[in-house]
Design a protein. Structure first.
Length: 205
């Protein structure tokens, strides 16, 4: 299904000179991965501390773009500069889950009426990443199928943060949007599991 992830190759081409420059200066892929995690924890902590003001939500689009940039460059640097390690792979997968939880769970304090849409969305984010790594666990490729993968979630929450940061009245439709997004994480899990199950049959055909 369509996903923001489909634009990743073009995004990486744009970032390649920066990634190459960082590697040349001694920055490692693991340091880029950890920077994304630490930044997400910091923004999540700020979200909890500043939940009384809608202006802090403008941090979300700015940081989510920075996080996606770091996430794109760490993998690119690892692959293209022969710096891939098992530790790096583990940091990448665990870091994504930690970052998602750090950024999306604090939204429960922001969503009007009930925290559950944000909680459901955060749990759905964790489950989609779990379903993605089922591929390698069962001898197949990592799954990135949409429609609500990591990049899609970042784009959605970034747009929500921008809208509500500019005009607090936009918060009124956050619960509906997050419920729909949560349902799409379930569909994403389904898509990934189906592809994981079918992959060995296609490979052996």
């Amino acid at each position: 299904m369509p996903s923001v992830y489909d634009f990743k190759p073009a995004f990486q081409r744009m970032l390649r000179p920066l990634a190459n420059g960082l590697v040349a200066s001694g920055i490692t892929p693991n340091q880029l991965t950890l920077a994304a995690v630490v930044g997400s924890l910091a923004v999540g902590a700020a979200a909890g501390a500043l939940a009384g003001s809608h202006r802090w939500l403008l941090l979300l689009p700015a940081w989510l773009l920075a996080r996606m940039t770091l996430n794109a460059m760490d993998g690119m640097a690892a692959r293209e500069h022969h710096m891939s390690t098992r530790l790096g792979g583990a940091l990448n997968e665990v870091g994504d889950v930690v970052s998602d939880a750090a950024l999306y769970l604090p939204l429960a304090a922001v969503v009007p009426g009930s925290p559950w849409p944000a909680v459901a969305f955060a749990l759905g984010a964790v489950l989609t990443e779990f379903c993605g790594v089922l591929g390698p666990a069962l001898g197949g490729p990592r799954r990135y199928d949409g429609p609500m993968g990591k990049s899609d979630r970042a784009a959605l929450v970034g747009m929500l943060g921008l809208a509500a940061g500019v005009d607090a009245r936009a918060l009124a439709w956050w619960p509906t949007v997050l419920w729909v997004a949560s349902a799409l994480t379930v569909l994403t899990c389904w898509n990934r599991v189906v592809r994981v199950v079918r992959e060995p049959a296609r490979s052996g055909a």
